[in-house]
Design a protein around this ligand. Structure first.
Ligand SMILES: [Cu+2]
Length: 493
């Protein structure tokens, strides 16, 4: 999936031609559901259906995909230029395709909880929208499979979106897109995910005491630990380490990596021995402070755009810090021109992941109009052996789908999130971007995101402006948490 500048320019030329077509489509309503095909051509066509993913020659899995491939096709949009997308659903299950990180309308966002119509089974929907904001976004299914680990984002319905800015400066030599994704999920009791990489590490005593005593009470009643999900196969761009083409680089090149954590449930890390990452954007949005880091950390659905200066010739493994996951596929080979041999992995010096280092330390001048408090709690093994998750004491009901929070258009809100569990929750707000304002007690400003990891027994504060009317879903992006209660709806008064 790597592309040189010249190929990119050709791609842009094709887009310019196809951009003439939507003029015909403009007379149509924003979205139509139909079992037939519309008369005019769409800019992009996505077909949801079964496909084979060859992770390695002896590791071929059958799963639901976009256009029969994994990852789904890379969709390149131009900021502000309207696109028409046909979504065909060749499966027996009504589907939702979510445009993650884009400020689109409820009608196209792709979340049943907000009221987006389903793409009917064996039917299609044509949607039209104006892409934005610029940068790295992605698209994925938005069903809640619950205990069915063949559904939702456990399968292959994930693809990258790149929205080119109106004025693309293009200072890097080339771009490489990386999709991190596990396959073959299975239920387990208790996980082994890294938990100690977030900084600051400050925990809130009251949250810890509440969470620990609730857990102790549950175990004392004889309850087992709630189910977790683990995986046996790991991949980057649909290939296990050693089974895809290496990324071929030249000494002195500056390569811009666009990395998407397409996992249903896992937090991922990524390092390239002997090199550092200059993080230029998070969740597609340029960061105020570009710093060099030895390793990247991405919660589910987080994205990072980072430049690596290729200044350490050799053949290297770029991969996850977790040895188990990397050796089972979570890596890709970086090969310098003229270098041969077995790819090398060297464990980098340990580092912490601190969102505030990418921000401004000066507090934001804009005070919020209103604050919304949220406390996250875990009800151990309470729902058929699965943990039930609650926001302010409420597990989301898919039957009622009632908004919990009411917004007024134009107001700036501060979400004060308190995590009374020991899990890290990568929480996501649909159709809006938020600004990080406080991470585990440390003030920050200027980092705009749509997913943020809230550490175990920690507090995180983010601000957002209610500037995109309609129902808006907030949820933990860990599929198992989301499906078992960790969702809430905002609506506009
Ligand atoms: Cu969660």
């Amino acid at each position: 999936m790597s592309m040189g500048r010249r190929e990119l320019m050709q791609g842009a030329g094709i887009m310019a031609l196809s951009a003439a077509l939507p003029a015909l489509a403009k007379a149509q309503p924003a979205a139509v559901s139909t079992s037939g095909s519309p008369q005019t051509a769409a800019d992009h066509t996505i077909r949801i259906g079964n496909g084979l993913v060859e992770l390695a020659p002896d590791r071929i899995i059958s799963t639901t995909t976009y256009n029969g491939q994994f990852p789904g096709p890379l969709l390149r949009f131009k900021e502000g230029r309207r696109v028409v997308v046909d979504i065909h659903n060749d499966t027996d299950t009504p589907e939702q395709l979510h445009w993650h990180g884009q400020t689109v309308s409820v009608d196209v966002d792709g979340a049943a909880e907000e009221g987006t119509p389903f793409v009917p089974a064996h039917g299609m929907r044509r949607i039209a929208f104006t892409p934005g904001p610029a940068g790295l976004r992605f698209y994925h299914t938005h069903l809640t499979p619950g205990a069915d680990l063949s559904g939702g984002q456990y399968g292959g319905q994930v693809g990258t979106v790149y929205i080119e800015p109106k004025d693309d400066p293009g200072r890097h030599d080339r771009e490489v897109f990386l999709m991190l994704k596990e396959f073959q999920p299975a239920l387990s009791r208790g996980g082994d995910m890294a938990m100690d990489f977030l900084a600051p590490a400050t925990r809130v005593k009251a949250l810890e005491e509440a969470g620990e005593s609730t857990m102790r009470a549950s175990l004392a009643k004889g309850m087992p630990h709630g189910f977790e999900v683990g995986y046996s196969l790991f991949s980057i761009n649909g290939r296990m380490l050693g089974h895809g083409d290496p990324i071929r680089v030249k000494a002195g090149e500056r390569v811009l990596f666009h990395i998407v954590n397409g996992s249903a449930t896992e937090i991922r890390s990524l390092a390239l021995p002997g090199h550092t990452f200059e993080v230029i954007a998070m969740d597609g949005n340029p960061v105020p402070t570009r710093i060099q880091v030895p390793a990247l950390w991405l919660g589910t659905a987080e994205r990072i755009s980072a430049v690596v200066e290729m200044n350490h010739p050799g053949v290297w493994v770029m991969g996850d810090l977790a040895d188990d996951d990397r050796t089972r596929g979570m890596g890709v080979v970086i090969e310098y021109a003229g270098k041969t041999g077995k790819p090398n992995w060297i464990k980098p010096a340990s580092s912490k992941w601190d969102y505030t280092r990418f921000g401004r330390s000066a507090p934001n001048a804009q005070a919020p109009d209103e604050a919304i408090d949220m406390t996250f709690t875990k009800n151990n093994a309470a729902n058929r052996g699965f943990n039930e998750w609650r926001i302010n004491g409420m597990a989301f009901s898919m039957k009622k789908m009632q908004p919990m929070f009411h917004l007024r258009q134009g107001k700036r809100y501060r979400l004060r999130m308190r995590n009374a569990s020991d899990d890290i929750h990568p929480v996501h707000l649909h159709r809006h971007s938020f600004e990080l304002t406080r991470i585990a007690g440390k003030p920050t400003a200027g980092v705009m995101k749509d997913v943020v990891m809230v550490g175990g027994y920690q507090e995180v504060e983010v601000d957002f402006v209610a500037d995109n009317p309609g129902r808006t879903l907030f949820h933990c992006h860990q599929q198992l948490h989301m499906d078992f209660g960790f969702m809430a709806l905002f609506d506009y008064a």
